[in-house]
Design a protein around this ligand. Structure first.
Ligand code: NAP
Ligand code: G3P
Length: 485
């Protein structure tokens, strides 16, 4: 059963070899809503033995799964997408209460995920290799040919963060399966029930038993064990840079695909459309309370136009709504937990103490940080460099585009940046010099659409996500050389 009511607890099971199981209902984690602290449900704090079982099943199943024809894998993924769309209302309701995201954004995430899975299914034809004749290299004859195919890596460990509990799980699971791997999926604890609903859709769509298995439990307790497990062949991780660096240190030679933290800068040049820039900056900074890796997390603006941009931003911030996600689609609601609020408050206090000009907000109401805008932020302030993962936007005034590029690149992060200008030459001048994975021209920083390459450099990650890129990351060439007489 997907969940069981045991001693008054609604305990969600894990998917192991096609069955929903609770190995030890005495060892559970209570998932509470960040909105009102109410219990959403319980998930198992799985033991190492239970984790071993999930990994062993995935390993045993992988060889048969890889031999399933690609066109059949494709059909199964389309079935998954169909089920997600059928269950979008139910799953959105769970997501709202479990992670405090507004319902419109939850519905959008699930629809986006169905689209991602379908796109992945239809990318099957791109999973191919090539043939290379030997005599194209000096000294060789035409009696040798290399047939290059692509093969799966084996068992993929997919670890997702809390903020996109369905999309950032499926963005790993679907390409992994399409490439012929089996998957062990560990959702973020806050968001794990959403993740189990996603696994339920995969299971009921006909994905064979053992191909996808879930493990729940705190990353701080089972994380090291599972990422270093000898039968995990690849780790696909999205989360904080702190955890990502830890995983990178302890996994030695294991291949990784990691999407980590960010401090995305919006660079506004003198010829920018300031209304457009302000609209994108506000939306990019405050949607889902700023809890997006690709949120706009700092503005670097030429001081000659800074006053006008600030005026435009203040006008646009009027559209930022604050409230309870259970009562409406508000831009800003409660952060994921009180620890996050404490951290964001620390950044706000530091900025105020060091002389930043507080133009808006700065207060905390329960687990809600009010939309906060600082001007005249200087590089000695924590908010200039640290990732708030909350609705706080610092404005840093610069003298030139080159100064903006310099400050942007001094960040430890390198996920995305935006540049607002109407001069294509300036756009490329800035884009070519920014140490990030993606530069958005005249748009907020954002990952979608999900087939675009998505990568972070420096502390923002390693490897490239995005449908085809993920398939390539979770597969490798196999060269079979034919030697003719
Ligand atoms: P997090 O605390 O790093 O957790 C991410 C995932 O890692 C969760 O499933 C977590 O499990 C697990 N985990 C924790 N410690 C672990 C360990 N030692 N070994 C293995 N796994 C471990 O991040 P979050 O709070 O969920 O998400 C916010 C952060 O993720 C922000 O920094 C944000 O920028 C980043 N993020 C990046 C992207 C991107 O695409 N670049 C997207 C979304 C979020 P538990 O939940 O059980 O702790
Ligand atoms: O933070 C997670 C990342 O996937 C955000 O996606 O499209 O909202 O930028 P997006």
């Amino acid at each position: 059963m997907f969940f069981q009511n045991i001693d008054g607890k609604k305990i969600y099971s894990n998917l192991l070899k096609g069955k929903w199981e609770i190995k030890n209902h005495d060892n559970t984690i209570e998932v509470k809503s960040p909105i009102n602290g109410e219990t959403v449900g319980f998930v198992e704090a799985m033991s190492k033995e239970a984790v071993d079982e999930a990994i062993n099943v995935a390993k045993e199943t992988q060889l048969s799964w890889r031999d399933v024809p690609t066109n059949e894998k494709s059909k199964l993924l389309h079935n998954v997408a169909d089920l997600l769309e059928e269950r979008i209302e139910e799953m959105a309701d769970v997501m709202v209460i479990e992670i405090g995201k507004d319902r419109r954004s939850c519905m959008s995430e699930i629809k986006r995920t169905a689209d991602l899975i379908r796109f992945t299914a239809d990318t099957a034809e791109n999973i191919k290799g090539e043939s290379i004749p030997g005599d194209s290299f000096p000294g060789f004859k035409n009696d040798k040919i290399s047939i290059v195919t692509r093969e799966p890596l084996g068992v993929v460990l997919a670890i997702s963060p809390f903020n996109y509990p369905v999309n950032l799980a499926a963005s790993k699971i679907a390409p992994a399966l399409m490439a012929g791997n089996t998957v062990v999926f560990k959702p973020a604890t806050q968001g794990s029930i959403c993740g189990l609903y996603l696994a339920k859709a995969f299971n009921e769509a006909g994905i064979p038993s053992g191909v996808l298995n879930t493990i729940t439990g705190k990353g701080s307790e089972i994380g090291d064990y599972v990422v270093t497990h000898k039968d995990i062949d690849f780790v696909n991780f999205t989360g904080s840079s702190e955890v990502g660096k830890r995983i990178s240190r302890i996994t030695e030679m294991k291949p990784l695909l990691m999407e980590l933290g960010g401090k995305d800068a919006a660079i506004v040049l003198e010829d920018a459309d300031l209304t457009l820039a302000a609209k994108n900056i506000v939306s990019g900074a405050f949607s889902y309370s700023g809890q997006r890796c690709t949120a706009v997390k700092r503005v670097l603006v030429l001081d000659t136009i800074a006053d006008k941009l600030v005026e435009e931003i203040l006008n646009k911030i009027d559209s930022v709504t604050v409230g309870n996600p259970l009562e409406g689609d508000f831009t800003v609601g409660p952060l994921i937990n009180s620890k996050s609020c404490d951290f964001v408050e620390g950044l706000i206090e530091d900025a105020k103490n060091k002389g930043a000009k507080l133009l808006l907000g700065g207060e905390r109401k329960g687990n809600i940080i009010m939309p906060t805008l600082f001007d005249n932020v200087t590089t000695d302030m924590r908010i200039a460099w640290e990732e708030p993962f909350g609705p706080v936007l610092p404005i840093i005034r610069v003298k030139s585009a080159d100064e903006a590029i310099k400050i942007a690149n001094e960040s430890e992060y390198g996920l995305q940046s935006s540049v607002f200008t109407n001069d294509i030459n300036k756009a490329f001048y800035v884009a070519n010099r920014l140490e990030v994975g993606t530069v958005q021209v005249n748009n907020k920083t954002e990952r979608g659409p999900d087939h675009f390459p998505f990568l972070g450099v420096k502390s923002s990650g390693m490897g490239t996500q995005g449908v085809q890129y993920s398939i390539e990351a979770m597969s490798r060439p196999k060269a079979t050389v034919i030697n003719l007489k």
